[in-house]
Ligand binder design. Structure first.
Ligand code: 4NP
Length: 150
């Protein structure tokens, strides 16, 4: 099994989409894809309705996901940890115990634009268009991740 974790701030907008998208591109018997937030704001919550709706528009059902907070134990469980933005990156790296933990953490858009450290913009305070934009960015990144690891 290869295990991949998607991380954002709230675990209700971006990382649930990233989880749903990557899951849809990988065989379930070989890969586990999960998501978490660096904050404790939305523990136990369903994804944001705007993420649910944009996922549905592109044929994905993310309604069974539940918000949870990233914890240091995730470094032991997951092989790859993809973060959405620089703030998530610093929050996760600050919990790393050693270089092996740190090496697992990557900015997801670096899969598309190598070494440029672009962020997936937080769509929480914006409108529907922001969620569509985020979906497309994540879909492109997840295509590359899936083809690299499968
Ligand atoms: P996410 O978006 O990190 O993509 O899940 C956010 C969701 C909630 C909040 C911030 C960002 N919040 O402040 O509650």
């Amino acid at each position: 099994m290869t295990r991949i974790l998607m991380v954002c701030l709230g675990n209700i907008c971006r990382s649930p989409l990233a989880e749903g998208i990557l899951k849809s591109k990988l065989p379930q018997d070989k890969f586990i894809v999960d998501s978490a937030g660096t904050s404790n704001y939305h523990i136990g919550d369903m994804p944001d309705i705007r993420s649910i709706e944009v996922a549905k528009k592109y044929g994905l059902d993310i309604t069974s996901q539940k918000g949870r907070q990233f914890s240091v134990k995730d470094f032991d469980v997951f092989d790859y940890i993809y973060v959405m933005d620089e703030s998530n990156y610093h929050n996760v790296i600050n919990l790393a115990r050693h270089n092996n933990d740190k090496a697992k953490v990557k900015m997801i858009l670096n899969e598309v634009y190598s070494n440029q450290n672009h962020s997936v913009p937080d769509p929480y305070y914006g409108g529907k268009q922001g969620f569509d934009n985020v979906f497309k960015m994540l879909d492109e990144a997840c295509d590359i991740i899936a083809s690299k690891i499968s």
